[in-house]
Design a protein. Sequence first.
Length: 118
Amino acid sequence: MIEGIVNEAGIPTISLTIGEREWLATVDTGFNGDLELPYSIGTTVSARYFGRGLSLLAGDQSVEEDHYLVEFPFDGRIVNALATFVTCDEILLGTRLLSNYRLIVDFPASEVIIERVR
């Protein structure tokens, strides 16, 4: 089980250790992919080029991006996932990565719980 918080801006976040650093990750229920990661951790997650793909954005916009297969540390194990990379220092977790998990976002209590469904 992974526990996080709903921050002051109302955004569900969790903390992840990747490499030797703690990263804040936003749980983005509007993102139906796996991951959006900072370029700076590409080698840490063993990123391998997968191909170009279309990403759908808010406002009915789309963008063609490079997609990478990554080995991502999540919930005490390494999961294979598909990721795009961005220049910012933020991680977005998408709903496809969470497809085998129950996500509870309790806004009044400012709690986030992600638990694997077996």
